[in-house]
Every structure is written in structure tokens, then in C-alpha cells.
Write a protein of this length. Structure first.
Length: 469
């Protein structure tokens, strides 16, 4: 069977057409490959680390692109020609089809078909050594001075999909979703609004990362429309609650940690163990119904006000790709208890931008510019704390960082703070005024780490508000 034919067969449904484990779809059996060929093709000979800023790809990548060869974020995509969702990575304006490479024996992660899955969970379950080896091999295949893919027109045609032709899906099956509350600036702003300056932070806040258990069932990928939720509303000035569409719909700018390894029930995690469990990060919008929240949250915290939708970006940027951008977070005082102490920098210099396109307008305007580096509690501390009671963590768990606000007024990560609970509506350059989101509004979050001459970016997470029915 020719390569082209095998491609057509797999296009019908890669998951149903899974070949024999020892057989590539082109009919070649791996153990019968000419001696040395498999070794040569699948073992990275790379001496340069995939994060090396001097690396270049044979694919042209604009310096302002989020997806240079130093990034290589994982996602799940499909195309009109081959509609089965499968795993790819973003490079410039292309998606590199990892299932095509796996079938052609160019990429060997162990069990065949890992990249034919419609989620990253099977790949993540293989662990950090496989993650690193795979990233190094993909980097090698994309290098400008490596001929294997560069000079193979047939393979390039199969494996490189223009980004505009790719439909991006939820990149992993979300096992559990937990949302933290770890920006001191955000917690202080909200505390001042509702409890006054003297009691802004609750007594526990400086001692542990505060969180609630959210819903995995309504985590959706960027581009999914979000219907305005209904709920019980009881503004302070009325006697009895009513059931109606939310009137104070908000966003929350967050990063999401994607947990790639499990931890046992009853166990605890060291800093290093927690770090090694983190596969990567996504942008996260924790949509919030402030009026529903205000009435329901006593005494157990948010429930339905946060459960109707959580949007994430389609590309998971690996923890390894963020290594060059590590830095120390804010000083923690009082010193955390022993199990939460960190021996090395666990924050990232990651710039964030939120823009709003008001309903009926074409232009999106920036309403917040901040940075992930301000977070008081790091993702590693959140994960360590999460497991500390003996709570088991699973492959595919998603941890929201909590709203990311910075010290300045233009660095606030929610409309609740930007409009100061509706008392200071934001006026957009086009003339529209907003205290909270209106039907037809579209919200876009972007994030990137700026390197010297390149950026490791996340793309975007977008959501448009639909009217309640
Ligand atoms: Ca939140």
C-alpha cells in the first residue's frame, strides 16, 4: 500500500483503523525495518536543547508568532479532509500532525496510536521522560538543518496542515477542575469591595492557597459560545429571591495547570514531585455570574455561579517550554508551613492581555494588561496543597490559578474589579460602556513569554456571550 493510500484509509477514522501494533499503516512492520533504520529515525540525535533561542525551523515563523520552534505546544485538531480529532503541535501558521508522523515511524512514544486519540490524556500518562524525549524529537524534525521532514515532500504534505484548515478541539479530557484564588491583589480588591479595607484578606489567605472544587463537565475550548446563565438572584435591596438570567456576567483572567501524572489517595507531594506532575499550562477564562454568586456563596463558596462555563485555550504549552521564563514570585510573609515551602523559583514571567469586543462593533479593545508573575501562591504550591489531605490527583486534572490581577489599576483581571462592582463603568474607545458583559460581547485573552527575538505564546481563548433563552 502506498503512503498516499494509507493516508486515505486512516482519514476515514484513525481510531477504528488502528493498525497492528507492530505494523505501520503503510504495511511496513517495525521489527522488519532495515537494520538500524528505526533507531536512526526515532531516537533523537539532538545535542541542542529544544529551548535553545538560536534554533530555527525550516518553516518560516514570524518573530511575533506565538508558535516558534522553541514552543511546540500540544493540541487536538481535525480537518475537513480527515475529520477524526488527533494530536498535533503548533508551529508558525501550521499544525504538525503527530499521528501522521507516528504512523510513518518518525515518532515512537511507545504504544502505537497515542497520537490518534482525540485527547492528550494517553500521551500525558506516559510521564515526564517521554514528554521530554518526544519534544526533543519533534524539535529535531522541524529544525532548518535536519533534512528528514524538510526534504520529504510527501511527508510534509501529509503532516503539515495550514492552521486555517484545522479545527481545534478541547485538548484533553478534563478529569477534575479546581479553581484557586491565589492573586493577593485580586483577593484584596474583592475583599475591600465587600468587607472594607481592614478585613480585605480573610485570616486563612496568607497561610494556604484557597480554592473550591469546580465542574469539569462544562470546561470548553476557545470559540465555544457561552449562554448567559440563569439563577437565583436576590440583590441586597429586595426581600425575596427570583429566578432569572444573570445581570452581572463577568470573566476572570486565569492560567490553567494541566496535571499530567496521577498521585495516590492518602499520599502527599514534595515540591519536585508536584512539579514533575505538571504537563503544561493553558489560558483559562473562569466565567462568573456575580449576582448568582453573591446570594449562593454563603457558607460553602461558589457553586452554580461558576459552573455554567469555563473556557480554555486549545494549545497546551508545556512546562518545559516555559523553563527559560521562571522567576521568583512575591515574597511570602508569613513564611508558609513546611509542606508549602519552595526551594526554587516557581513563578513565570508571562504577559497577559484581555480585550473586549462590544456587541455590534468590530474592534476589540484592551481592557487589562497584566502578568502571571504576580501570583502569590505558585502552581506547584497549589498542587502540593491540593494533595496534602490525601486527595488523589488524576491525569487530566485542571487547576485554575485564580483571577490574575496586578498592583496597578490597568492590571485588573475581572470586570468586577475594573468597574469596581459596577460603580466605575469602563468606557471603550468605540463609545460603549460596560460594567459587566452584555449579550453579543466577545472576550479574548492572550498570553506569551517574551524571549530575545521570539515568544512562547498560548494563542488565545475567546468566548462570545449568547442571550439566555
Ligand atoms: Ca476564578
Amino acid at each position: 500500500m502506498s503512503v498516499a493510500n494509507s493516508r486515505r484509509v486512516r482519514g476515514l477514522s484513525p481510531r477504528i483503523q488502528t493498525p497492528h501494533p507492530a505494523q505501520s499503516p503503510s504495511g511496513r512492520f517495525r521489527h522488519l525495518l532495515p537494520q538500524g533504520e528505526k533507531e536512526e529515525r526515532t531516537k533523537p540525535k539532538v545535542t541542542t536543547h529544544p529551548n535553545d533561542p538560536s534554533l530555527r525551523s525550516f518553516i518560516d515563523v514570524d518573530p511575533a508568532s506565538d508558535f516558534p520552534i522553541q514552543n511546540l505546544p500540544y493540541g487536538v485538531f481535525s480537518t475537513a479532509a480527515y475529520p477524526a480529532p488527533r494530536v498535533g503541535i503548533a508551529i508558525g501558521n501550521y499544525v504538525l500532525d503527530l499521528w501522521a508522523l507516528e504512523q510513518d515511524c518518525r515518532l515512537d512514544v511507545g504504544p502505537l496510536g497515542v497520537f490518534s486519540a482525540p485527547s492528550l490524556n494517553s500521551f500525558m500518562a506516559l510521564g515526564p521522560k517521554v514528554w521530554a524525549k518526544t519534544r526533543a524529537r519533534i524539535s529535531e524534525l522541524l529544525r532548518h538543518d535536519h533534512p528528514e521532514l524538510r526534504d520529504n515532500e510527501e511527508l510534509r504534505k501529509q503532516a503539515l496542515v495550514p492552521m486555517r484548515d484545522a479545527r481545534l478541539h478541547l485538548p484533553f479530557t478534563v478529569s477534575g477542575y479546581t479553581d484557586f484564588y491565589s492573586s493577593k491583589e485580586h483577593a484584596t480588591n474583592v475583599g475591600v469591595m465587600f468587607r472594607g479595607k481592614d478585613n480585605a484578606l480573610q485570616p486563612n489567605w496568607l497561610h494556604m492557597p484557597i480554592a473550591y472544587n469546580g465542574r469539569a463537565s462544562t470546561v470548553v475550548v476557545s470559540g465555544t459560545k457561552v449562554k448567559r446563565p440563569r439563577g437565583q438572584l436576590k440583590p441586597p435591596n429586595v426581600e425575596v429571591p427570583s429566578f432569572a438570567p444573570c445581570k452581572r456576567l463577568d470573566f476572570e483572567l486565569e492560567m490553567g495547570v494541566v496535571v499530567g501524572q496521577p498521585s495516590p489517595m492518602g499520599g502527599m507531594l514534595t515540591e519536585q514531585q508536584a512539579e514533575e506532575m505538571i504537563f503544561g499550562f493553558v489560558l483559562l477564562n473562569d466565567w462568573s455570574a456575580r449576582d448568582i454568586q453573591q446570594w449562593e456563596y454563603v457558607p460553602l463558596g461558589p457553586f452554580l455561579a461558576k459552573a455554567f462555563a469555563t473556557s480554555i485555550s486549545p494549545w497546551v504549552v508545556t512546562r518545559e517550554a516555559l523553563e527559560p521564563f521562571r522567576l521568583n514570585g512575591p515574597e511570602q510573609s508569613p513564611a508558609p508551613l513546611d509542606y508549602l515551602r519552595q526551594s526554587r523559583p516557581q513563578n513565570y514571567d508571562l504577559e497577559l492581555d484581555v480585550s473586549l469586543r462590544a456587541a455590534g462593533t468590530n474592534a476589540a479593545d484592551t481592557i487589562s494588561r497584566t502578568n502571571f508573575k504576580y501570583m502569590y501562591w505558585s502552581s506547584v504550591q497549589q498542587l502540593t496543597h491540593h494533595a496534602s489531605s490525601g486527595c488523589a490527583m488524576n491525569v487530566g486534572d485542571l487547576l485554575g490559578s485564580g483571577t490574575i490581577s496586578g498592583p496597578e489599576k490597568n492590571q485588573r483581571g475581572s470586570l468586577l474589579e475594573i468597574s469596581w462592582n459596577g460603580t466605575e463603568p469602563v468606557e471603550l474607545p468605540g463609545g460603549a460602556k460596560r460594567s459587566f458583559l452584555e449579550d453579543g460581547d466577545s472576550l479574548v485573552m492572550r498570553g506569551w513569554c517574551q524571549g530575545n527575538g521570539y515568544r512562547v505564546g498560548f494563542g488565545e481563548v475567546e468566548g462570545t456571550i449568547l442571550a439566555a433563552e
